[in-house]
Design a protein around this ligand. Structure first.
Ligand SMILES: *Cc1c(COP(=O)(O)O)cnc(C)c1O
Ligand code: SF4
Length: 398
């Protein structure tokens, strides 16, 4: 499979060493209308986006990520992800600052922690990202100048995790947790590893996509040392899978770090089965497992980037059966106001009568499944029952 190198921008004068230094990418980020205007020929809708976007969501991109976008065409998919547009000020359909109800007290037990599901918490380490994706679902937090978590909040969050033994998984999120330094990250990982019931640590980051030079050997060694750590990244479009980002994720996988991908279905960006399959195949080839394909949340200013649920279901159905199960992400609608994730799969069941279920498969084959009449629980169930009860009760005992 052939992947393209990013095209180093001729308008940013720099050495290859600078280009390949993530801190340089961060420092040289495009932030203002002038910065963007130097590289892109801005359309009037984009200029207006800059004039009105201050109230909604800051604009920022690394030069690397900007170099993947078309300089002239405002409807280029990557450009739509990174560029503010006037439509952001037009909230027509249900748009909310906190679509997932993350700020509700019952889901937000401590500063920086979101505890919605029994066995896992989100730990928002920083609100900073290298790129502010225009559809971001966490605009109530992201890009609000909180930076790295304050020491007191940090200790309280750790304490909460330590005293809730049902928490098996800590998801480092943000913002982008890999915008913090290696030494900060090392501290967080080793602090979490002092808590015995934390089995899995996850890092949710867009860095392999927007600043792949962040994924250094040193960083991989730090992550490896605190295994099992899973890294969940966020590619939305096949053109984001460049040689640089492929090398970044392969470096992680070579260090034994499993990498999975979450994508968001976006209007004019990736809302076609051909694009989703191209992305999934490229990811699978570089050993990234497509994990979730999200319906875009009704976050403030995201209307122009959202697709309809009907369209998403159509895309999923078209892919089903044609694309390897390994490459097939699970389609998720995050129920607004904190209802939690709902996975939708094509319905192949055409009806049932008693214990006989009728199906029509992905390519039209029709057949029945006859269920047996009796089942019994496994004889060793008892030895697993306590663990299960503890898990189910962990959210109730907050
Ligand atoms: C999505 C999400 C998770 C992670 O869910 P998975 O299905 O395990 O990927 C955890 N906590 C919150 C609040 C979430 O929104
Ligand atoms: S990287 Fe994630 S948190 Fe940051 S702006 Fe994009 S979607 Fe939001």
């Amino acid at each position: 499979m052939k992947l393209q190198f990013s095209s180093v921008s001729p308008r940013v004068a720099c050495t290859p060493e600078e280009w390949n230094d993530w801190r340089w990418q961060f420092r040289m980020s495009l932030k203002s209308e002038e910065d963007f205007g130097r590289y892109f020929s801005l359309a009037p809708e984009e200029v207006q986006g800059f004039h009105s976007q201050k109230n909604i969501f800051r604009a920022q991109t690394t030069p690397y990520y900007a170099s993947l976008a078309d300089q002239k065409n405002p409807f280029d998919p990557i450009r739509l992800i990174l560029m503010p547009r006037v439509e952001e000020t037009q909230s027509l359909h249900q748009e909310m600052l906190d679509p997932l109800g993350e700020r509700k007290p019952e889901n937000h037990p401590r500063e920086r922690l979101i505890h919605r599901y029994s066995d896992r918490v989100l730990f928002l380490l920083t609100d900073l990202c290298s790129v502010y994706c225009r559809y971001c679902t966490r605009k109530h937090f992201t890009a609000n100048d909180h930076a790295f978590v304050r020491n007191n909040d940090y200790l309280q969050a750790l304490d909460y995790i330590r005293t809730h033994s049902g928490i098996r998984e800590v998801i480092l999120s943000g913002g982008d947790p890999l915008t913090i330094s290696d030494s900060h990250l090392e501290r967080v990982l080793s602090d979490l590893r002092t808590i015995e019931h934390v089995e899995i640590i996850r890092i949710h980051t867009r860095m392999p996509v927007v600043a792949p030079m962040r994924i250094s050997e040193d960083l991989c060694r730090i992550i490896k040392k605190h295994k099992p750590v899973y890294l969940i990244t966020h590619f939305n479009h096949p053109r984001e899978v460049t040689v640089e980002s492929a090398m970044a994720v392969e470096k992680l996988v070579d260090h034994g770090v499993p990498v999975l991908n979450q994508m968001v279905l976006l209007n004019g960006v990736n809302n076609h089965a051909a694009i989703v399959q191209a992305l999934s195949r490229r990811l699978l080839y570089v050993r990234v497992k497509p994990y979730y394909m999200f319906q875009c949340d009704p976050s403030l200013g995201s209307d122009h980037l959202r697709t309809s649920i009907e369209e998403s279901l159509r895309i999923q159905r078209e892919l089903w059966g044609h694309v390897s199960g390994l490459a097939m992400p699970t389609y998720i609608v995050d129920i607004p106001e904190g209802g939690g994730k709902a996975a939708l799969t094509p319905n192949f069941l055409t009806g049932h009568q008693g214990s006989v279920h009728r199906f029509k498969g992905w390519d039209g084959v029709e057949a029945e499944y006859h269920s047996p009449s009796d089942t019994r629980p496994p004889m060793d169930l008892e030895s697993y029952q306590d663990e299960w009860n503890e898990l189910k009760n962990s959210k109730a005992s907050l």
